[in-house]
Design a protein around this ligand. Structure first.
Ligand code: TRP
Length: 451
């Protein structure tokens, strides 16, 4: 194992914030949050989502970051050190598997985003006719070469950043990308809000409809808060291991949660007024990004520019998320097998890219190949979001709340007694012990269609 001294650390507080926020921010803000909010009761869903994030997401994020910082190691080694005789290190292993699955489909979507930056810049997406948009998207996703090639371009980009390490790679890039993301989002928001009928879109997003709150909606909000904050897989634990010893972890986690929420809201404000202004149906997932958005912006004066900006913004948002998903397995491989970072990055990327191919081909030549009735793309999504993330998150909570020990948690969260935040620590531990695991367990059963 590498000694802590030779481990890279994030250098500045702003860099720590940018990198951690960068992992949380991703396609989840752009195509999951706005659509789920709009379709499940607007402001009332937002309220439920905020409660879920505060009661479950935030405490788990705090504990994950704190455990990582206290152990200064990859997730597998960190759990081995905290519990030498138990099997808790399997949480780290499940995180590596989940990272393979998530990156398998995530990189493909980002590949399509890159392809769309090119085609919107050359004007080929510039049509308000949904049929034309549909054809363009279909021809992209069904072409095996184009799909795999774009996916590999994405892998090469993130691998070349990861190669440089935590501070010189991730931190440096995210310090530039996060402000760029805010600027681009604001630009699209202003354009969208100055369209006729903008109020209609805002009403869709923010009108509370409390009658819509039921068990399913609450579980959806919980699942979203998990995916959003990148928790339950050891990814945040890995980032915590690069935190400086003087960072106030609960405060940093709260900042990440609030800024992530702000980005989600801005994404909703950028998208829905425009969608309503031109009478489109608000949808979720790939069709929102690749069919609705180009058609909507094609109707706006100067729309081609905004389409390009929107796809660049999506790629920027997704980059930090992908970096964190690659970083955790790379350090695990490098520290556990004493391989240098360069070799570990190349080996991990090649392995992950091979797993990504079936997902890339699943809309085209492999669309008939299904496992449990799902294409590889859907299977990766299902296994990671509905199985590994909740199982990993629940075990992580149980470990943090019940096994790690109050003394260790207090030491880690108070920076060895420097901070006087006992009340906050007690609240976090209480939530991790009694509230979060129970709620996550219910999410897990729901995700597996048990009820
Ligand atoms: N949080 C990212 C998003 O909203 C996705 C993501 C990145 C993720 N890393 C993760 C999800 C680790 C779970 C675990 O798009």
């Amino acid at each position: 194992m590498t000694t802590p001294k030779s481990r890279d650390l994030f250098v500045s507080r702003l860099g720590i914030l940018a990198a951690t926020l960068g992992s949380a921010v991703g396609l989840g803000n752009i195509w999951k949050f706005p659509a789920l909010t709009g379709q499940n009761g607007g402001a009332s869903f937002l309220l439920v989502y905020i409660c879920a994030t505060m009661l479950v997401g935030l405490p788990v994020l705090v504990m994950e970051l704190a455990m990582g910082r206290s152990q200064r190691a990859n997730p597998v080694t960190a759990f081995r050190k905290m519990s030498p005789t138990g099997y808790w290190w399997l949480i780290g292993v499940s995180g590596v598997v989940a990272a393979i699955l998530i990156l398998g489909f995530y990189t493909e979507v980002v590949g399509w985003v890159l392809a769309y930056i090119v085609s919107s810049a050359t004007g080929s997406t510039n049509s308000t006719d949904p049929a034309v948009a549909g054809q363009l998207f279909q021809s992209l996703i069904s072409s095996p070469w184009e799909s795999v090639l774009w996916q590999w371009v994405v892998f090469v980009i993130i691998a070349s950043i990861i190669l440089r390490g935590a501070s010189r790679g991730i931190e440096r890039v995210m310090r530039i990308l996060m402000p760029v993301l805010f600027l681009l989002l604001l630009m699209v928001c202003i354009r969208s809000l100055t369209l006729p009928n903008a109020m209609e879109g805002l009403r869709f997003l923010f009108m509370p409809d409390f009658s819509r709150i039921d068990g399913t909606v609450i579980l959806m909000a919980l699942g979203l808060s998990f995916f959003k904050l990148s928790i339950g897989m050891g990814v945040m634990l890995t980032y915590g291991s690069y935190f400086r010893s003087d960072v106030n972890v609960p405060v940093m986690a709260l900042r990440v949660v609030l800024l992530d929420l702000l980005i989600s809201l801005l994404a909703g404000i950028a998208i829905f007024p425009a969608v309503f202004a031109f009478g489109f149906e608000p949808t979720a997932g790939p069709s929102l990004l690749f069919l609705t958005i180009p058609a909507v912006f094609a109707s706006i004066p100067g729309g081609q520019l905004f389409t390009v900006v929107f796809f660049i913004l999506s790629a920027v948002a997704a980059t930090g998320a992908m970096l964190s998903l690659l970083e955790a397995p790379v350090v695990w491989l490098s520290e556990s097998f004493k391989i240098n970072r360069r070799k570990a990055t190349i080996a991990t990327t090649l392995f992950f890219a091979a797993f990504g191919v079936p997902a890339a081909l699943s809309a085209g030549v492999m669309s008939d190949v299904t496992v449990f009735g799902k294409t590889f793309f859907d299977l990766y999504d299902f296994l990671s979001s509905n199985v590994l993330m909740p199982v990993g998150g629940m075990m992580l909570c149980v470990f943090a709340g019940w096994y790690w020990g109050d003394a260790n948690a207090i030491k880690a969260l108070s920076n060895e007694g420097v901070l006087s935040n006992t009340g906050i620590i007690r609240t976090v531990l209480f939530l991790c012990r009694w509230v979060s695991p129970v709620l996550i367990f219910v999410v897990l059963l729901k995700g597996l269609n048990v009820f």
